[in-house]
Write a protein of this length. Structure first.
Length: 802
């Protein structure tokens, strides 16, 4: 019965906003798309479970065109257009795990949708900055990376199949036909392309449209999703696919910027695209359909650069990504997801299920600088990608927007360059300095179009948040400066009777230091769902990444130029496929490794050091913690030889499912294999979750009095058979960390040995804030590092554990 209670709680939660949104009078009369989730599939050959077939036919008997998707390969269930009352009734039926309204999730390109909409230049990062390791691209890989995204531009040079062998025989997928996409668009690089039609109608089923969401996405509420073709009309999917597995393309650049050889993280891997998103967002029921297909098609890695916005705090049982990923992992597929772009606020990380590899975004050692030169040739550092046609000498009139206030307008609005706040006569022909600090009402893009609209010839935006994240502005001279540097500009304006300046076209500065740093937008831990699984897991390059783009995007094309074939964009969306590429390489080198072993290899070999041999920081300069970057910055060669791996067993995940409130019937429905004697622990508390055999450790409710005893098991995959590992601990002050035993003596390959970690307080007082440390095992050849966090806060976040 527990499952049903949960359903109703959720249902009423969503229903409120649903009614508000539509203004409907009666609950029962609303039809919407609901996802009926029924757990594991009977088989992978597409035959329906009996109860699945019965339930579907009873629903379909009612009327035609009810069914939106059927899930039958990787798991069981369907999406159908039904009433809320019917949804309630279906939730009571045997074999049903959960029923929830279809949801819309977002692409993780950048913080703002308007950025995505206007971005015209993205390109594959040719040189992920990973400190001192060498590229893994020399290592051949024949993995299949499935990507759930906006589709693909198959003609891009990054998807050429030169030198690629025949398609692996295990591949069962297909390339569908659409108006603007032919099966012949696929080749030995792009081996699969599927799309999911429009019928999911996300408009009526969007869960909540908060003010916050509106700020970022005015179009989402009105634009229908167009998922009927694998052809990308946004650019995001093309960019992500080429970052994960694009072929090597010499001299790719964004109009000459960031030029070099473009290649994906795993250039010899294959790509299968599943179109589940449009520019309006991604559809939950389609995401589940894509997981279902990808499992049957035979992908090795799934890469999802999308997720729910952090403010929705979707429960795991109604989260299509968590559900789909669970079954994919159960079928041996590693699932890599972006952490989200709602940082740097705490608890903003999404895609937090323990079976997902969750990726944060870092900067790389390349900076796109567009300098401001003031009268007297004083140079101020600025950030942004523009092809400014202005002369190099500072000869253009410069005005602070506040001083161009229109009569009757508000001074703060004028200072922020808001619409209808400035006097056209004062702006015309000038470079305008606008404040963008603390103004959440209008985006930088909107301010630029306001200034442009009033005849301004350039814009200098004061903005601290976006530092180190360059946006593309085409030919319009636009650049971002830090508020620190703005003081100099403003006092120059103040003290000069005839202030002048110029904005120089962008120069890409390489070997920028320090790098990597965690991007300001990258979503942060701890996880809102449970403090006992440390999230995010890993960081990877996600700022100003050059990768392939759709060939007909004219939205930011500089004057007199063709649309770009490669583009530079930012987001955890761009970080995720870097890790997917690494995972694909690890998988092809170690085909028998489980998804958790691959994840462990990636996490325990991460680096915490930047290119100044100093600790990696956040963009604001503070030393990064595991809440910023999990285990650290991904390396490309380390994961191929991790020495030891932490394998997360099915019972670990089952314990987690108990903890999030599933009863044993629900768990039996979900998990394919379940030990006969498995039962949910009576007191399924957060300590069980801390004891999941995860490559990192997270402890909650640490009161300083009772110690916490955590257990872990490692598997010897170093290949040397007999070997001895010794432990070293980096403990925060006030915490005593004892590892028992402190030496692990392996006698053969693949042997598993366990150890305990006892956390106690040296002060017997509770912690004022969460503290971090690490445990490292080494045998002289390999270093196997696990970060940990100790918190005094409650790990049971009942509000969200639904
Ligand atoms: C699919 O698998 C099930 C169970 O393994 C079997 O009973 C059924 O005959 C198979 N169906 C087909 C079409 O192969
Ligand atoms: C943003 O808009 C709100 C509501 O219109 C207004 O109260 C607030 O002052 C505005 N903020 C800025 C920085 O202009
Ligand atoms: C401005 O610079 C000072 C001194 O370098 C520094 O302490 C401060 O954090 C900076 N502020 C911002 C907003 O960058
Ligand atoms: C500009 O000058 C005025 C008057 O001299 C002064 O009050 C103000 O603080 C100055 N502003 C800046 C940004 O220097
Ligand atoms: C780009 O081409 C695709 C496919 O032909 C088309 O659907 C799309 O509307 C085009 N976009 C633009 C901006 O022209
Ligand atoms: C920690 O827990 C393990 C497993 O429950 C147990 O074997 C071990 O004795 C405990 N260690 C301590 C120091 O309590």
């Amino acid at each position: 019965m527990k499952g049903n209670t949960i359903f109703f709680l959720f249902c009423s939660l969503f229903l409120v906003s649903f009614l508000e949104d539509t203004g409907a009078a009666q609950a029962g009369t609303n039809y919407g798309v609901y996802i009926v989730y029924m757990g594991a599939a009977a088989s992978t050959n597409g035959s329906l479970r009996d109860d699945h077939a019965r339930l579907m036919s009873s629903v379909l008997r009612r009327k035609e065109n009810t069914l939106v998707h059927t899930y039958r390969h990787g798991f069981s269930g369907f999406a159908a257009r039904i009433s809320e009352k019917e949804a309630r009734s279906i939730a009571q039926k045997p074999g049903v795990v959960s029923v929830f309204p279809d949801t819309q999730v977002e692409l993780h390109t950048t913080r703002s949708w308007d950025f995505l909409k206007y971005q015209t230049s993205v390109k594959i990062d040719s040189k992920p900055n990973t400190g001192n390791d060498q590229s893994s691209s020399s290592v051949g890989s024949d993995s299949i990376i499935g990507i759930l995204d906006t589709g693909i531009w198959p003609e891009s040079e990054s998807f050429n199949d030169k030198d690629m062998g025949p398609i692996p025989s295990r591949w069962k997928g297909t390339c569908v036909k659409a108006d603007d996409f032919n099966p012949s668009n696929c080749n030995r690089k792009l081996i699969g392309a599927r799309s999911y039609d429009d019928s999911a109608d996300i408009k009526t089923t969007t869960t909540t449209t908060t003010k916050y969401q509106k700020k970022y996405d005015d179009s989402a509420a009105t634009a229908p999703a167009k998922l009927h073709t694998p052809r990308d009309t946004v650019g995001h999917g093309t960019h992500v696919a080429s970052t994960a597995a694009g072929s090597t393309v010499a001299s790719a650049s964004y109009y000459g910027l960031a030029d070099g050889t473009a290649k994906g993280g795993s250039p010899s891997s294959r790509i299968a695209m599943y179109t589940v998103c449009s520019s309006a967002g991604c559809v939950g029921s389609a995401i589940l359909a894509a997981f279902d297909d990808a499992i049957a098609d035979g992908v090795d890695v799934l890469s999802l650069s999308l997720g729910a916005p952090s403010y929705i705090r979707i429960g795991l049982k109604s989260d299509p990504i968590a559900i789909g990923a669970f079954h994919a992992v159960d079928h041996g597929i590693i699932v890599v997801c972006s952490a989200g772009n709602d940082g740097p606020e705490s608890e903003s990380v999404v895609n937090i299920a323990p079976w997902i590899l969750t990726v944060a975004a870092s900067t790389i050692d390349r900076d796109f600088q567009s300098k401001v030169v003031l009268g007297g040739n004083k140079v101020i550092k600025g950030e942004g990608i523009n092809f400014s046609p202005l002369k190099q000498s500072p000869e253009y009139p410069l005005i602070y927007a506040k001083n161009a206030k229109k009569s009757g307008a508000n001074e703060a609005e004028a200072r922020n360059c808001n619409p209808d706040s400035m006097d056209k006569d004062l702006i015309k022909g000038k470079i305008v300095v606008c404040n963008n600090v603390g103004d959440e009402n209008y985006s930088a893009r909107e301010k630029i179009s306001v200034v442009k609209g009033l005849g301004g010839i350039g814009i200098v935006l004061i903005d601290d948040k976006s530092s180190r994240v360059a946006s593309t502005y085409g030919s319009f001279p636009a650049t971002l400066i830090k508020s620190n540097d703005s003081a100099e500009v403003l006092s120059y304006i103040n003290s000069s009777s005839n202030p002048v300046a110029t904005i120089l076209p962008t120069v890409a500065v390489t070997e920028y230091k320090p790098a990597p740093a965690i991007a300001y937008f990258s979503a942060r831990g701890p996880s809102y769902d449970t403090m006992n699984v440390l999230k995010p897991d890993i960081a990877a390059p996600g700022v100003d990444i050059l990768a392939a783009w759709i060939a007909n995007d004219t939205s930011q094309t500089p004057q007199g130029k063709e649309p770009p074939l490669y583009n530079v964009i930012s987001g955890t969306s761009m970080a995720c496929p870097h890790v997917s590429g690494v995972a694909a390489t690890v998988k092809s080198q170690n085909p028998t490794w489980s998804p958790s072993a691959i994840k462990s290899a990636i996490m325990t070999t991460a680096t915490q050091t930047n290119n100044m041999k100093a600790p990696i920081t956040t963009d604001s300069g503070s030393i990064a913690t595991p809440y910023d970057y999990g285990a650290g910055e991904v390396t490309t060669s380390g994961p191929l030889q991790p020495g030891l791996v932490y394998e997360t067993r099915t019972t670990d995940y089952l314990n987690y499912l108990c903890y999030i409130g599933l009863d044993i019937d629900g768990i039996k429905a979900i998990a394919k294999t379940i030990p006969n004697d498995f039962a949910c622990p009576r007191d399924s508390n957060s300590d069980y979750v801390s004891n999941i055999n995860y490559p990192s450790i997270a402890i909650s409710k640490f009161d300083g009095k009772a110690s916490k005893n955590i257990s872990r098991t490692v598997t010897n995959v170093g290949g040397d058979g007999k070997t001895v590992y010794a432990v070293s601990v980096d403990a925060p002050s006030g915490i005593v960390v004892k590892v028992i035993p402190d030496q692990l003596t392996f006698t053969k390959n693949n042997e598993k040995l366990s150890y305990q970690v006892i956390f106690s307080s040296s002060t017997a007082t509770s912690l004022k804030e969460d503290v971090f440390g690490s445990i490292t095992w080494t045998n002289g050849k390999f270093k196997v590092r696990s970060p940990f966090v100790v918190s005094s806060k409650s790990g049971d976040n009942d509000e969200y554990v639904l």
